[in-house]
Design a protein around this ligand. Structure first.
Ligand code: GLA
Length: 413
């Protein structure tokens, strides 16, 4: 890492630490009176995450799961093509960084040395060569395993092989591990996930550690903290009800998020084709308001121009990636009209107005309600239309059914 990069990283970490400590205070207040076994991350945890995590902002990238499921069809050529498309379609320029393989990349059995190995037919050149290819495109490479005997797809997993597999991943050049909870035989969850976290750290390679238990064991409450992000919900789908339900579940957990500690309501469905462009823009807006990982899972060789435009909205992405690392919160919710506010590092706020109902509705809030520092007037940028206007405090919009209007509100100087 060069000096400038190191200094920038240190500044982000310092900012992140102070913000995480603030978030911790809020978390404590919110959980006061809750049963003693419900622990939250300590200030030391938050500071450590902000200092040492390779994911100081929510990870952005691609995961093949919803495209191929575990059908055993994904090949190294597909992965390379996806990486190429991410570059040629301007997705890497917009911030997407990780090319992540989900379950079912593995051979049916470990190799003769007991190591995990890729399916020899679909990945004939092995994982190191594939990771090298992804790296040569300026991107990072992710892989999947499970804290059990078998993965969810019934393939060899990493329980009791944590260090061996972490070392194997590091030697391939893996930058991101999604770690599932299938095949666990009912063994205590925390030690199993902690073991892989420690094994990854022991490799000396920065590897983002993504916990995937479908939110079943509330990994956001584990202490000491384990993982850079954790799934908060079961699997989603290309369906409005599923996506909005994942949003609702994740919105409740804002207090646990911070740099190096992200709530993950599952992948972006944008581009898959069963929802409308309006609904996809809502998912993208809400995921960014919630500082969620932005992991695409659509066939990029078939994605529509409108979906690509959604995925490349750098104003919305900047809200997701804001270095303050605060998850936005719901400030009002009445009859399916939901307003969220997210503080940003420059003193501005992102505000989203989501209409979950079946008819067009007018949603209204104020700069004060959204927590924007008081001012005589505010600059209001619509992050989808790019229109810029001035307001003395009222924020209002007519929002189509299932739509979201998203603003960045800055006190005028
Ligand atoms: C679980 C996870 C999914 C995916 C599959 C793979 O269902 O929640 O995201 O990783 O396993 O088998």
């Amino acid at each position: 890492m060069n000096r400038r990069l190191r200094a920038a990283r240190k500044r982000t970490a310092a900012l992140a630490t102070s913000l995480s400590l603030l978030a911790y205070g809020t978390a404590l207040a919110a959980t006061a009176g809750v049963a003693a076994d419900v622990a939250t991350a300590s200030p030391a945890d938050a500071a450590a995450a902000a200092e040492s995590s390779p994911a100081l902002t929510p990870p952005m990238g691609y995961n093949n799961y919803y495209v191929t499921l575990c059908k055993g069809t994904l090949t190294e050529a597909d992965v390379k093509r996806t990486a190429d498309l991410m570059v040629s379609q301007g997705l890497t320029a917009a911030g997407y960084q990780y090319v992540n393989l989900d379950d079912c990349w593995q051979a049916q059995e470990r190799d003769s040395s007991g190591n995990l190995a890729p399916d020899p037919v679909r990945f004939p050149n092995g994982m190191k060569a594939l990771a090298d290819y992804v790296h040569s495109k300026g991107m990072k490479f992710g892989i999947y395993s499970s804290a059990g005997i078998k993965t969810c797809g019934g393939l060899p997993a990493s329980f009791n092989h944590e260090q061996q597999d972490a070392d194997q991943f590091a030697s391939w050049g893996v930058d991101y591990l999604k770690y599932d909870n299938c095949g666990n035989d009912g063994i205590d969850v925390y030690p199993r996930f902690k073991a892989m976290g420690e094994a990854l750290k022991a490799t000396g390679r920065p590897i983002v550690y993504s916990i995937c238990d479908g939110g079943e064991n509330k990994p956001w409450k584990w202490t000491p903290r384990v993982g850079d992000l954790w799934r908060t919900t079961t699997d989603t789908g290309d369906n409005w009800q599923k996506v909005i339900n994942r949003a609702h579940l994740n919105q409740r957990l804002a207090q646990y998020a911070g740099p190096g500690a992200w709530n993950d309501p599952d992948m972006l469905m944008v581009g898959r084709g069963r929802m409308t462009d309006t609904e996809y823009r809502t998912q993208f807006s809400l995921w960014s308001m919630m500082a969620a990982p932005l992991l695409m899972s659509t066939d990029l060789s078939k994605v529509s121009a409108a979906s690509l435009e959604t995925l490349r909205n750098t104003d919305v992405i900047a809200v997701d990636q804001d270095p303050l690392g605060k998850q936005g919160t719901v400030i009002s919710n009445s009859g399916g009209l939901v307003v969220m506010s997210k503080p940003l590092h420059d003193g501005s706020r992102a505000v989203s107005l989501t209409n979950e109902t079946d008819t067009t509705q007018t949603l209204t809030t104020t700069a004060t309600a959204a927590g924007v520092p008081g001012a005589a007037s505010y600059t209001v940028k619509d992050l989808w239309t790019k229109n810029i206007s001035t307001s003395t405090g009222t924020i209002s919009a007519s929002v189509p059914s299932h739509g979201t209007v998203m603003y960045r509100i800055t006190p005028a100087t």
